[in-house]
Every structure is written in C-alpha cells, then in structure tokens.
Write a protein that binds this ligand. Structure first.
Ligand code: APR
Ligand code: PHB
Length: 391
C-alpha cells in the first residue's frame, strides 16, 4: 500500500482544515489535507458571511486577507426589527470593533489558492478516510484515492471534517459526550444579484416568523426566512419568497426591496450541538466536527477559526518542546465554544417565532426586546458577543 508521512494529517478542506493547514505551514509544520469531495464541490457550497475581527486577524497572519480587505464590507452595526420596534446595535461604538461581511465561500477560495500557491499537499476525492491508533504515538489514516488504498502516517490527526465527518465517530462512545438541541424550524435562504435592501444587516421578528437581510457585496443580496421543517424548496418560487419577505419587512424597508431571479435557494434546519472532549489521544476535533450553532449569531465559521487558531498554537508548542497547549486544547476551545453556543441559542430564541408557544412566553420575548432597546448594558452584551469574545 502506498504510504506517505507528514507531521499533521488534516481531514477536511473546509475553512477549518484549510486555515489550520495555513497556520501550521507558517509555523514550519508539515501537513497534508485529505478531502472527500472535489475542490469545485467545496466551493459550490453557499455558507454564512460575517467575520469577527479575530477571524480576520488569523487570515491576516497567514497572508490570506488581501482580497478580504479589498472586497469585504466592514460593518459598524446592524439592525434588529421586532414587530414595530427598531433597534440599531452600534457594534463599533459599543465595543470598538466592527465585523466584515465577506462570504465563507470567498474565504475558502482564498485559502485554497494560498495552499496551492505554497505547494502544500491536498488530496481531493479521498474516500473511505479512517483514523487509526489514535491512542498511540503513531496514529495514521487509511483512505482510497484513484482506485487504490493509501496510508498516511503522522504525529497528529486534525478532524476538520464537519458535522457529518468520520473523526468524531472515532472517539469511543464511553468517552464522547454530546449535547444537542434541534429547533422546530429551518431557514430558507435565497441569493440574488440585487442591491441589498439596506447598508447594514437586518434581523427581524414578526408574528409570521424570523427574517434576515444580509449580503455578499453591494450588488449581491442574501435573504433568509424562517420556515417549517417539512417545507420543500420546490414549493418556494422566487415570487413567493420575495412576496413573503416583503410582508415581513418593516414597511420602509419593504418599499426599498429590489427583487430578481435567485442564484441559489435552499432550506437548512437549525441545530445546536457540542461534542466533548475535542481531543482524544492524538486526534483533535475542530470546527463543525465538534460543534454546530444555529446561524442567527453568525458564529459557525468564527468558532471554527478560533478552534484552529488554538490548535495551531498548541501544535507549534509541541514541536517547540511543550505539551501544555495540547493538554489544554479541548478545555480552552470548549470554553469559547460554549459562549458561542449560548449566544447563538439566545439570539435564535429571541428572534424566532415558536409555533404553539404560550401567550406568556410571547410577552416575555417582547419584554426582553424592550429591555434591550432601553439598556445600553444589554446592547453592549449583545454587541461584544456578536463581534467576537477575545481568545
Ligand atoms: N473524509 C474527508 N473529508 C470529509 C469527510 C471524510 N469522511 N467528511 C467530511 N469531509 C469534508 C467535507 O467534504 C468538507 O469539505 O470536510 C469538510 C468540512 O468542512 P465544513 O463542513 O465547511 O466544516 P468546517 O471546515 O469546520 O467549517 C465550519 O462551515 O458549515 C459551516 O457553519 C459552519 O461556518 C462554519 C464552517
Ligand atoms: C449570511 O449572510 O449568510 C448570514 C449573515 C448573518 C447571519 C447568518 C447568515 O447571522
């Protein structure tokens, strides 16, 4: 069986795996990525698009932020609309930080280009990837590529293979603890080459459900509508989507809505999920492989980026002679992950409509929004979580 060797074997070439590979390469640590899909497939996935400043700094560190700085849109605030109430969260004023609106697909494209230019190994269409001997000092991966079985020997395995990956399942059931919450609704998303309805994002709540007005650029919009879990995207014509969105938007925004043919439309369920621990022997989990958040707080990509920031640091310390970072990786990563989980759950709960809930809960949600409107402290708490807590 053809066998190769590297220091860190990374499973998955999503943002987690690619950013980890770039951080390790910068620290002089050899790494190979095994990805089950093709590069084109990875780039065809439409994902979220709000970057915390910590994420931007990590991309800067690896020299992968030029296009982000040229084309990304810095946002100093966003808007919340709750029934007839409107509130701007002044991120910059409240925290000193902005966020950058730049699509995850573009982050992935930049990291892929960077990796190819640096001549780092990525095996696309590597199937049947399996981790072995995690509890030994010589873990390895088996995989199939081009019709043959291969073996990749390494010092460490990084499971950056997303929610449906294989790495998490390699942790023994007696060790792995899972915490999960499924929400009783999904998001129907639509991407269109139309001018965004507003300069800043609008997160809205109405009796009919949640909506989000986001963007990818000054000429490309991304909108979402809360939908039932049993809905099918085929039943949502563009016209129906635009009409429904217009009906949920505050009147003055509805009047400004530019519509056009969709480039993409899809439904995603909302879920909160955490797997603990994030290290087992010489296997590390990072990003969606270890945790999922509902997209309401825009935390998914950012939590993935800070995981791999911590992991790259721990591995660099190991090769420098100290294993303290490795010993503490899971605990340190999870401390930040749980804060992101809490925030995403809170913002999801505040802004969505929960079918069948009692009149009391509705009024409490409204009272919470009114409190937010009247309290700078509450707005600051929201803002500091949204721009990203310190590492
Ligand atoms: N073998 C090899 N590769 C795999 C396997 C496997 N068995 N299973 C999954 N993969 C690949 C997927 O094809 C995907 O390209 O791992 C990659 C995981 O990428 P993501 O799902 O994007 O996860 P991650 O890199 O952690 O990025 C987190 O993505 O889903 C969003 O909200 C999330 O923004 C967050 C970000
Ligand atoms: C997006 O633009 O896709 C987006 C933005 C903010 C979110 C979620 C998704 O909270």
């Amino acid at each position: 069986m053809p066998t190769t060797r590297t220091q860190v074997a990374i499973v998955g070439a999503g943002p987690s795996g690619l950013l980890l590979g770039a951080l390790l390469a910068r620290a002089g640590i050899a790494n190979v990525i095994l990805e089950q899909r093709s590069g084109d497939y990875v780039l065809s996935r439409i994902r979220a698009g709000v970057l915390e400043h910590v994420t931007v700094e990590l991309l800067e560190q690896v020299g992968c932020a030029q296009r982000l700085h040229a084309e990304g849109l810095p946002h100093a605030g966003f808007e919340l609309a709750f029934d007839e109430l409107r509130l701007r969260i002044a991120l910059q004023e409240l925290t000193g930080h902005r966020v950058v609106v730049y699509g995850q697909t573009e982050v992935t494209r930049d990291l892929m280009g960077h990796r190819a230019a640096a001549g780092l190994d990525t095996v696309y269409e590597a199937t049947d990837v399996r981790p072995h001997d995690l509890e030994s000092a010589r873990p390895w991966l088996s995989y199939r590529h081009g019709g043959t079985e291969h073996r990749l020997d390494c010092d460490f395995i990084a499971g950056c293979d997303g929610f449906h990956g294989v790495c998490r399942t390699a942790i023994p059931a007696g060790v792995l603890k899972v915490f999960e919450k499924a929400y009783p609704f999904g998001w129907l998303g639509l991407l269109a080459d139309t001018e965004p309805v507003a300069e800043e994002l609008i997160y809205g709540h109405t009796e009919a459900g949640f909506h989000l007005c986001s963007m990818r650029s000054r000429t490309r919009s991304r909108y979402y509508l809360q939908c039932r879990l049993d809905e099918r995207v085929e039943d949502w014509s563009d016209q129906r989507f635009w009409d429904t969105l217009r009906g949920r938007l505050p009147a003055e925004a509805a009047a400004r809505l530019h519509t056009g043919p969709s480039l993409e439309k899809s439904i995603a369920p909302l879920r909160s999920f955490v797997a603990e621990p994030m290290r087992h022997g010489r296997l590390f989990l990072a990003g969606d492989a270890a945790h999922i958040v509902p997209p309401t707080g825009a935390k998914g990509l950012n939590l993935a980026a800070t995981d791999v920031g911590l992991l790259a640091q721990a591995l660099a310390e190991h090769y420098g002679g100290s294993d303290a970072g490795i010993a503490h990786y899971s605990q340190r990563a999870l401390a930040r992950v749980w804060k992101g989980e809490r925030f995403s759950w809170w913002m999801t709960t505040l802004m969505h409509q929960f079918e069948g809930e009692g009149r009391f809960e509705r009024r409490v949600r409204r009272a919470e929004f009114e409190y937010l409107c009247g309290s700078r402290a509450a707005q600051t708490a929201l803002a500091e979580n949204y721009v990203g807590l310190p590492l």
